[in-house]
Each structure stands twice: as structure tokens, then as C-alpha cells.
Design a protein around this ligand. Sequence first.
Ligand code: FAD
Length: 469
Amino acid sequence: MKGFGPADAAFRRALRDVLGSDNVLEDPADCWPYGYDNSRRQARPEAVGFATEAGQVRDVVRLCNEAHVPLVARGRGTGTTGAAVPVAGGLVLSLERMDRILELAPDDRLIVVEPGAINRAVQEAAATAGFFWPPDPSSADYCTVGGNLAHNSAGPRAVKYGTPRENTLGLRAVTGAGEPIRAGVRTTKGVVGYDLTRLIIGSEGTLAVITEATLRLTPLPEDRRAIRALYTDIGSAAAAIARVMAQPVTPSALEYIGGLGLDLVRDSPGVRVPPDARALLLIEVDGPAGCVADAARAVAAAAKGAGLLDIEVGGRGEDAADLWAARKALSPALRGLAPKKVNEDVAVPVSRLPAFVEGVDGLSARYRIPIVNFGHAGNGNIHTNLMVDPQESGQVERAERCLSDLFNLVLALGGTLSGEHGVGLEKRAFVTREIDPVTLEVMRRVKRELDPNDILNPGKVLPEPVGPA
Ligand SMILES: Cc1cc2nc3c(=O)[nH]c(=O)nc-3n(C[C@H](O)[C@H](O)[C@H](O)COP(=O)(O)OP(=O)(O)OC[C@H]3O[C@@H](n4cnc5c(N)ncnc54)[C@H](O)[C@@H]3O)c2cc1C
């Protein structure tokens, strides 16, 4: 085993003293399962520790900082970019046993939770008081609030309700130097000091380990309606997206599936997609019971226009769920298209979606790589799946060049390389294309200030080693 460096035995003893022997794994066979995430990358940590309270997180970070041992905070390992993979070895600090709901305060519209709380558990606790926390990744049944904050993860509802950055009032965290900090407020207004809450959210565990989060709650909507609109071409669908976003009713979801995606699900049970449909919009509106029917009518009117083939407005429950059948059938259907998918989650301004989809079609043809587009059109956040068969000669290389051109296209359109999955390892090499050198240097200085020995998740987010202060 590689070990923690010259003070290996002393470090291991100190770790067990802080966490208790039952909360430390050291056998390599036990450590492997904590070294991967949904990117399918894997690296073995030298040990895994389970914190059960914030004081332990502080003490473990201090130990790692003194011994210069890399530390990767871990929720449930559902991230898709390798952000939780311990590529520099060292310690994985799992927060999964810090999963308590600490306080539910409906009057203040907030809930205070530990970082290992599962998103679904937070929703269930909030629902007992008639509220919800808007971030809704489709992994909500498994992923943690700590992971959600570290990646600023969201889902369909972000178009109306925002991401964790808009839905977190404050947090407690431990910096790489082992300092426990408290950022933010318990009020919906607050302007004292710098906004460290927003800085730490989205930083992928590279600046601080989150030990507590004060989440802003929203009342559960009384009612919702789903609308499904089919178009002859993406240009018509993109124009409809722009019309929907330009009218006063904000949809609570505005999802898109492009032509190749529709081809994949056309024959799935419950999916009624005519052969000439090349684009599908799934729209949802929610709100007070007396208003939702009118809101649905307004959104449906905006969705109508040139190229519309069919539009259905569903009721509640199963009726509305039926309209989502195509979206639900898509992910499993992708597996049948090619053995490997390169799943990107780029975002462009909504007004540039037509140019984006046209550009992607061009890249798909030029590099002979099938590309399936679907996703959160209301945020301009499109999951772009390059379908690759590694057995086919030259396809992996063509996919790499196609991906590089795809990122250039996104940036030329004023977009960003990741809307919600983050940088991790996967996009690290491309960060310099989006962030200019001066801004990047300021980010490096922030990192050095909060994590002077570069122990927190080294090798992630920023494009090259940050190095000690
Ligand atoms: C089936 C599936 C569906 C998905 N759907 C979506 C989706 O709709 N939208 C979306 O945005 N994502 C989605 N994801 C990606 C993933 O679920 C999210 O990124 C999620 O927020 C990760 O949470 P986690 O607890 O698994 O974090 P992990 O994967 O364990 O960690 C992710 C990052 O967070 C850091 N981290 C974890 N806890 C802390 C902490 N306490 N303090 C500091 N840093 C910490 C880690 O170091 C790492 O950098 C999906 C994944 C899967 C497998």
C-alpha cells in the first residue's frame, strides 16, 4: 500500500483517534468502493473515514493539512465527472453518516440539514410543513445535499425555481486549513461581508468541506399541468421555447428531446410520437389551484406556431405522467444505440438554441458520431450525448475531436461547458477555453487562501496543479 507518507503509522493512529476505529476503513478491498463515481473512473484511496459530527470533520481536515494528505469529501458518489474520485490517493472523508435534519422552520421558510442528508429525505421532511427544496436532480433518491451544493446540481425545476445557489441561505464548512467557518444568514435578505456561501457552492469540495446547510424552502404548489408539443423540426421547437420564455408565466419545467432521441423512443410503450415529429417539448406549469388552468392555456398558446404538429394539455397525476413517458423512456433506450456515451451538459443562452442544435447536427455528420440531444431547454442546458462504439476503428478519436469542436461551438454562442454536472476530472482540460488567464489566476489565489496546502480534492476543477501558497 502506498501509505500516507513518512508519518504513515502516526497519521493512521490519529485518524482512528478522531473518528473511532469503527469509522475508518483501511483494507484496500474495503477502500475501492469509495474510489469511483458515475463517471466510471476509479482510484483507490489509502483510507476511508466516516465523520459523524462537524468537530470530527474539523479535526480530520487539520490532520490532513498538517501531514499534507489529500482529502476528498464524498457524498454518495453519484457525480458524473469524476469529482469524487481520489486521483491523488489520500483519504476519502465520507459524509454519508452525517445525514440528520437538524431544524425545520416553516415560519422562516428554511430547513437546516447535515451534508449527508439525501435530497429525497429533505423533500419529505419539508413536505410535512407544505414546502419543498427546489433542486431536483433525477438522482434525488440517492444523492446528498453536500454533493448537490458542491456541484450546484439541479434538474427540470431550475427554470422556475433556480439551482442550489438560489436556494441556500447559508452553510457551515471547514476550510483546507481546518478553520470552521459560518457563511450566509437565516434571513431571505442579508448583505454583511462577502458571499462565501455562493463561492463554496459549486466548488466541488476544493475550497472547504460543508458540514451544515441552511436551505431556503418554497411552498409546494397546489396544482400542476403538463403540456406536450411536437414539432416538424428543431428550429420550430426552438422558436417555441423562446416564445414560452418571453411570456409572463414561467413554466416549472421546459424540457426538450431532439430528433434522434425521438427515434429511439418512438416505439416504447405509452409513447405516441408520429413519424414526422423531429422535436418534442415537455412543459409543466404549477401554482395555486385556481390559476394553473389559465397558466397552462397561456403557455400552450405561446408554444403554438409554425411547425407545430400536435399539442396536448394533460390534467393531474397519471394523465400528466403519461405526457412524460417519452422522457422517461429515453435514458434506457440510449443504451441500445452504442456501448459508450459521452454525456455532456453544456448550456447556451436560450436565444442561441437553434444555432446550437444546427451546429451539433453539423458536427455529428462531419465526424460520423450519432449525437442525442435532450434536456432542460428553459435553461438552455442540453444534455448532449455522443454515442460511441470503441470497437469501430477510429471512432474514439473522431469522438474526441467532435467533443473539442462542440465545446468551441458552445463558447462561441456565449454558453458554458457545464450547466449542472460540474468540471471534476472530465472537463478540467477545457476550463482555460472558458475562463481567461487573469480570472483563473484570481481563482487560484482564492484556492490557495482557503486551502494553503492544496489538500482538498487536488487535481479537480482548476486546470493545473494550484501548488501550495
Ligand atoms: C442516475 C443519475 C441521475 C442524475 N441526474 C442529475 C440531474 O438531473 N441533475 C444534476 O445536476 N446531476 C445529476 N446527476 C449527478 C449527481 O447525482 C449530482 O452531481 C449529485 O449532486 C452528486 O451528489 P453525491 O452526494 O452523489 O456527491 P458525490 O458524487 O459524492 O460528490 C460530488 C462532489 O461533491 C463533493 N462533495 C460531496 N460532499 C461534500 C461536502 N460535504 N462538502 C464539500 N464537498 C462535497 C465531492 O468532493 C465531489 O467533488 C445524476 C447522477 C445519476 C447517477
